[in-house]
Design a protein around this ligand. Structure first.
Ligand code: C2E
Ligand code: CMP
Ligand code: CA
Ligand code: CA
Length: 397
């Protein structure tokens, strides 16, 4: 049944009942009330278009009030599943805020009845998702603030890891990697905080700062190379910048990028935008922005290739110039023939499509040799250098 008819004065449900569905009023009005010493205390009158009975579904406690039809009413039914499906997929913090509001409303309804003692047992107030959920949602907010504060305190820094030509071992470029230089915790790896940044709107100002810093340093690197008569290396040097999905699909991404590029007087062909396969899956917007980047002359590189979405169709549509083979394959290339087969296939696939390959996470000479034999042209990893600060990077080149 999708809707039910209830006659005037009929009770729809009673306070304390278990809740199995909520109702949207299609016609008529209902009275929400609680009972104290057999006396009804009205809380509210609801009419057409309004919903009731949702609380017990959301927090899985008993009905917080009773409901009676004030006239003949028609109600559309909202199932428990329809509500829970949405609640359970909502943002953690939104879930927390909902729990807090429900708890307050239930407490208020109980207070209205005056005489009735408030249940002191912790269980009642630990609504579904309990302490743990509350804590992690609040931690999330605190962590976001802490990270943004650190950013404003200029505790962020970019490190650079060389990308080398596997044959000549010459440095052909570098990847900019974010570091948090925390006075409290020391140098913090981005694995611990990059998700928090990427899942919040602070990715826009922080992403802007990253691009600005990387392009400024690109300029310095090229100037030094030219000073040292390494003009060709300067002309071909590529600065790779990691770009997150939210940042990339932001409407001002390209115009901001262009502004920063002009500010530091660097060329698009020296700039490589690294993004994961996930961005490619964003469909139409991604393709449009990628094409604009490509038209301007920026290089596009797919990061962590082979670890994410398994579809390959996007490779035929997106203007991609580089693929980065993920470290998880490189790590096993000596010990696991299957990983080696995957790497070999990726390299063949890439070359057939006129895409260059960069192998990531090379730690041993043997890995380097195998990758070179398989046809990978570029590599990056601790074997050549760990990510270093700008001062040390300038000494490397
Ligand atoms: P990623 O883009 O895949 O970066 C490569 C990571 O592998 C870096 O970790 C690098 O230090 C590490 N690595 C490189 N060579 C080796 C090796 O030989 N052995 C081992 N064990 N590790 C190696 P890092 O710097 O900790 O960055 C982690 C991730 O954080 C990055 O993974 C990237 O997804 C993200 N990230 C870093 N900087 C930025 C940034 O500026 N913007 C965005 N959006 N994400 C960033
Ligand atoms: P639920 O607790 O499932 O059952 C009783 C319903 O009455 C409740 O969901 C809300 O939809 C509604 N309700 C409870 N308290 C109030 C209130 N103070 N004002 C308006 N509606 C309420
Ligand atoms: Ca990367
Ligand atoms: Ca990677």
């Amino acid at each position: 049944t999708q809707s039910v008819d209830i006659l005037k004065d009929q009770i729809i449900f009673t306070e304390g009942d278990d809740g199995d569905c909520a109702y949207i009023i299609e016609k008529g009005r209902v009275l929400i009330f609680v009972t104290k010493d057999k006396e009804e205390i009205p809380l509210n009158i609801l009419g057409e278009g309004e919903i009731f009975g949702e609380m017990a579904l959301i927090d899985t406690h008993a009905r917080s009030a009773s409901v009676r039809a004030l006239e003949d009413v028609r109600l559309a039914i909202v199932t428990k599943q329809q509500v829970l499906e949405r609640v359970s997929t909502a943002d953690k913090v939104v879930q927390l805020l909902m729990r807090v509001l429900l708890k307050r409303l239930r407490r208020k309804n109980i207070l209205v009845t005056g005489g009735k003692p408030l249940p002191e047992d912790a269980e009642f107030y630990d609504l579904e998702g309990g302490e743990e959920g509350t804590q992690s949602a609040l931690d999330q907010i605190k962590l976001e603030n802490q990270i943004f504060q650190a950013f404003q305190n200029r505790e962020f820094e970019l490190f650079y890891q060389p990308i080398v030509n596997l044959k000549t071992k010459q440095i052909t470029g570098c990847e900019a990697l974010l570091r948090w230089n925390s006075p409290l915790h020391g140098l913090v790896s981005p694995n611990l905080f990059i998700d928090v940044i990427e899942n919040s709107s602070m990715v826009i100002p922080i992403g802007h700062w990253i691009i600005n810093q990387a392009l400024k340093d690109l300029r310095t690197i090229q100037d030094q190379l030219r000073l040292n008569k390494k003009d060709r290396m300067a002309d071909e040097f590529m600065m790779s910048i990691n770009i997150s999905g939210r940042q990339f699909t932001h409407s001002d991404f390209i115009s901001n990028l262009e502004d920063l590029r002009e500010k530091h007087d660097v060329q698009t062909h020296n700039i490589k935008l690294e993004m994961t396969e996930r961005i490619m899956m964003d469909g139409a917007i991604a393709l449009d922005v990628l094409n604009q980047c490509r038209t301007q002359g920026y290089a596009i590189s797919i990061d962590d290739f082979g670890t994410g979405f398994s579809g390959l169709q996007y490779l035929t549509q997106m203007p991609i110039s580089f693929l980065k083979i993920d470290r998880s394959f490189v790590m096993k290339i000596m010990s696991d023939p299957k990983s080696k087969a995957v790497v070999s296939s990726i390299i063949h696939l890439a070359h057939a499509m006129d895409i260059e390959v960069i192998a990531e996470g090379i730690e041993q000479n043997e890995e380097c040799l195998v990758l070179e034999t398989l046809g990978a042209r570029y590599g990056q990893g601790y074997l050549f250098s760990k990510p270093v600060d700008m001062g040390r990077f300038l000494k490397l080149i």
